[in-house]
Design a protein around this ligand. Structure first.
Ligand code: ADP
Length: 206
């Protein structure tokens, strides 16, 4: 919010100088801050719905790989990351598209935040019996087993020196609640120093 305020104040000063070279930078910065605030508000709204047991699913049929390309375009805007989608690109599910998109965006955003040097992020889509499995793999620092057990808890964050993040520790908790509501499973496989694979399964129901 402070960053958005700052760039808007500078933009206000430039209002009579529309040729300033600062303009594109300030607009991009405002837009990034706005995205962050939107995500934060969405997290807080979801948290309050979960607390009141009012997280509802609006299900429709959609192709899982479509949401990967729609969601990841936002991420590509901000950074030079490559999202590689593999597996069953035609796989269709009957689920809450917006909420599943949120889980996926959360996994991908986390890969960008916590594995910043891992430029390739691999999203894999598979059909396992009557379930769809989606996973996001990065080649970042990984997570120690004792922490991996806890990161889906509300407000849990791994405090690692050197990471400039500023999250609330809500993303994975909300993701876990969304997947639970779909009667699926969520988890992480990780080897410290090698990277992490965050995954979830949901019933296909088609
Ligand atoms: P936040 O990002 O707000 O901290 P999350 O619930 O999304 O909240 O994540 C919880 C914690 O899990 C993070 O603080 C981070 O330490 C760890 N984490 C999540 N994704 C990754 C990843 N891809 N690599 C390493 N650590 C991760």
């Amino acid at each position: 919010m402070t960053s958005l305020k700052g760039s808007l104040q500078l933009l206000e000063r430039l209002v009579n100088n529309l040729t300033s070279p600062m303009l594109p930078k300030l607009i991009a910065q405002s837009s990034r801050s706005m995205h962050k605030i939107t995500a934060l508000v969405e997290d807080l709204l979801n948290l309050s719905r979960i607390n009141q047991d009012r997280l509802q699913l609006t299900k429709s049929a959609f192709v899982l790989s479509k949401i990967v390309s729609a969601g990841s375009s936002e991420i590509r805007l901000a950074e030079e990351y490559k999202i590689i989608v593999t597996g069953d690109l035609e796989l269709e599910v009957f689920a809450d598209e917006h909420q599943i998109d949120q889980v996926l965006v959360n996994f991908i955003n986390n890969a960008v935040k916590y594995a910043p040097r891992s430029k390739d992020i691999i999203v894999s889509i598979e059909k396992i019996n009557d379930m769809a499995r989606v996973s996001v793999t990065d080649k970042g620092p990984g997570i120690r087993p004792e922490e991996a057990k806890r990161i889906f808890e509300r407000y849990y964050r791994v405090e690692t020196a050197g990471f400039q993040t500023g999250g609330l520790g809500l993303g994975l908790y909300i993701s876990a609640e969304i997947i639970k509501k779909h009667e699926g499973r969520i988890g992480v496989e990780s080897e410290p120093g090698k990277g992490s694979t965050f995954w979830f399964t949901i019933p296909i129901e088609i």
